[in-house]
Each structure stands twice: as C-alpha cells, then as structure tokens.
Design a binder for this molecule. Sequence first.
Ligand SMILES: Nc1ncnc2c1ncn2[C@@H]1O[C@H](COP(=O)(O)OP(=O)(O)O)[C@@H](O)[C@H]1O
Ligand SMILES: [Mg+2]
Length: 283
Amino acid sequence: MRLWSLVSKDYVEKGDIRGGRDVTVDDTMNGKIVLEGRMLGVVYGSKYAIRDVNIKIARNTITAIIGPSGCGKSTLLRCFNRMNDLLDARIEGEILFNDHNIYSDGINVAEVRRLIGMVFQKPNPFPTSIYNNVAFGLKINGFRGDIGKQVEYALREAALWDEVKDRLNDNAYSLSGGQQQRLCIARALAVEPEVLLMDEPTASLDPIASAKIEQLITRLKEKITIIIVTHNIQQAARVSDYVNVMMIDENMIGRLIESGPTREVFESPKSKVTEDYISGRFG
Ligand SMILES: Nc1ncnc2c1ncn2[C@@H]1O[C@H](COP(=O)(O)OP(=O)(O)O)[C@@H](O)[C@H]1O
Ligand SMILES: [Mg+2]
C-alpha cells in the first residue's frame, strides 16, 4: 500500500490513471513496428500485476519503460520474450513480433528468446572464462560458423573487446561490474538478436560504467531494437526515442498511462500524473 500512497489518490479520482485503449501511439511509428502488445495482462496467482497494456515498439529505436517501483515494468518487459512463462504467471492478450503472436500455439520459445535477448539489472556472467561466456549461447543454438570470430564480433559490438582481448581465458568474475554487464550484453548479442530487453541495466553500476552502457546502446540501435526499463528518469530522457510511463492504479494494478516520443512526453505530458512523476514529485 505504501507505493500507492506515494501516487496520491487525487490522481485516481481525477481519472488520470486509466491505461487501456485510450493510450495513443505516435504516427511516426507506422511501418516500423517490430513488437506490439495488445491488451496485455499478467496475473500472478489471482492478482493482476499489469492489465490492458497496449504498446508498440518501433524498429531500430530505444524505447524506455519508466514508472515507480512495483508498477509492473519488469513484468511487462518479460512478456516480450515469454520470460514470464518461467514464473507462475497467466498471460492475457497478445504480443505480435513481426506480426506473429509469440503466445500462439506452436511457437518455438527458444527461438523467440534468441531473437529477443535479455540483460538484467545485476550482471550475471557464468562462472567460467570470458570467452566461454560469449560462446555459450552460440553453442546451445547450434551455431555453425567460426565461434572464435563470432565471440570477437560480439565483444566488439559490446565495446569490450579492447579491454579483454588479451585475457579471454580469465574468469568473467575478474572483470569489473561495468565490464561484466558489457560481457552479458556481448553474450546476448552473439546470437544476433533483433531486439534486446534491458531491465535496469545500469542500476548496480557507477556513473562512468553507466555512461559507457548508455553510449553503447545508443550505437547498438543502428542494428537492433532496444527496450530499456529504468527508474532513472534522466537516463530515459538521455537515451530513449520513445517512452512509456507506467503507474499503479487504485486496485494496485500496473497500467501503461502514457506513451510517445520521448521529447513530447517530457516536454508536454498528456496527464498530470506523468508530469508530476517526471518532474520528481513522487516515486
Ligand atoms: N514472480 C512473481 N510472482 C508474484 N508476484 C510478482 C512476481 N513478479 C512481480 N510480482 C508482482 O507484480 C508487481 C509488479 O512487479 P514488477 O514487474 O517487478 O514491478 P517493477 O519492475 O516496476 O518494480 C508487484 O506487485 C510484484 O510484487
Ligand atoms: Mg523491476
């Protein structure tokens, strides 16, 4: 209940937290949609964590998902590559990935997760060498090319190659936190995903290591699409092209309350609750 009390009841009474069908999406996205969530709901046990979420993600952009803690950002992100399947969750609605519903029967979930990779808040390298960390995904995906070359490619893409090229056999844990996170990004990039989901990827890093990751993802969007969850509003303003704002409604259900090009949302938010949130009045 504490979280809800941070978002004052006034907003609810004024009808500011609605979500659902009335969230509009920018016209400039037309023809570029790689992922689309329609009336998404996630139920843990018997309780909705998020409900009626409609969201579109444009190719080769960075989309930020922001909102106070507990509003369902991670839950929404996990819908995009069926990671909620691994939890005890029921999913409503659909996710179209290049126009195919990834929740329909007969979908190859391993392939979905190859094409839509994920990086978590805390770097989670495997307890093995730097090289093996990056080669891992290639091996389980039956990669047929030159693994060494692909490892180098991924480490270069993740802006880590120059720092590790002479120590590829060292254990990944010998790297700094920021380097470990870039290693996890390299591991995800090695299998050439189309989309990378990042759940607060810099939350455990210092400002310099965070800035490196921000630079890196800004470069990566030329090749892939990035969806980044962050509770750092300044980070969303710096790196994202589009932003989606989530809030908890009066029933403690996460709603997507506003979406649009980042500049528009930050400069002229449609709702008072968004305006107050991005100006730091709560959350
Ligand atoms: N695996 C889970 N099982 C049960 N409830 C969960 C689980 N993951 C998240 N929740 C609940 O769903 C809501 C949204 O959580 P989450 O998506 O983690 O929010 P955020 O990432 O915005 O902090 C919270 O009430 C949380 O307790
Ligand atoms: Mg989260």
